[in-house]
Design a protein around this ligand. Sequence first.
Ligand SMILES: [Zn+2]
Length: 314
Amino acid sequence: MADLGHLPEDWERALVVVAHPDDIEYGIAMAVARWTTAGKDVAYLLATRGEAGIDGMDPSEAGPLREVEERESAAVVGVDVVEFLDHHDGVVEYGLPLRREIAAAIRRHRPDVVLTINHELTFGGNMLNMADHRHVGLATLDAARDAGNRWIFTDLLDDGLEPWNGVQWVGISATTSPTHGVDVTGYLDAGVASLEAHRAYIEGFGQEFDARGMLEGFAREAGSRLGCELAVALQVVGSDLERSGVPTPAGNPAASVSDSPWPLLRGTPGLGGGSRRRRRSWRRQATAGPRLFAPSPTATPPPWLHRATRRPRS
Ligand SMILES: [Zn+2]
């Protein structure tokens, strides 16, 4: 049943903020390929270099190697701006310093939309999410608002970083509660190539890894929910999609954006902007629908569950 709405694409600049090299390639790289093909400008910001992600390789070697692999992954889908914050893999802390750094990046890049990774406890079912993902995802959501308020992180003004209120919405990948989808039919090859660019990381699994089968499986399931062959699913928050003419998907209350927990950030005069109607109606919505990442009895656990648990083949 098609219960996801088509993600609006009436924007020009996106900033993708994640914790590790490979987070984007498991999630939204196919959508990024579609967007850059259409001429949109996409930049990546990673909190870490993923140096703790290969059990058989010392972090001092893995970090620089994985940075190179991430830049190759990005180039495959048309992204040449890849920035790294200097947090350590596995021990990223949620807090004001992280929010400040991401807010600074948002003010520098001035994106129309921001994308990040699932910040929930699980990927669905009992599949525990990683602390780094939770902390970076939540900090990104917060920073999208912080970036627009000149009285938060005032030292950023000293660096010439004026408030940026232009973020229309934040899209969350690998979420248990998707509301929208991007039709990526025709972009599977780019997504596979982007994931397979993480050669050292994949070799570190020490077993065969079917990147194509995994990405295609996720994309087909999302496609069935969007009404196309292949899709990337996202939970979108902070948007005003009704006003942009996008129909609210039937049967998915999470997509009822007039009740978004966030104000519309674009064009609002600082914190707490948005229409009176929206201010009155801010309240959290229950979410519904089948889970994108629900484990099936036959599914191989995704690599992010057992990263750093196997030595690479010698
Ligand atoms: Zn990760």
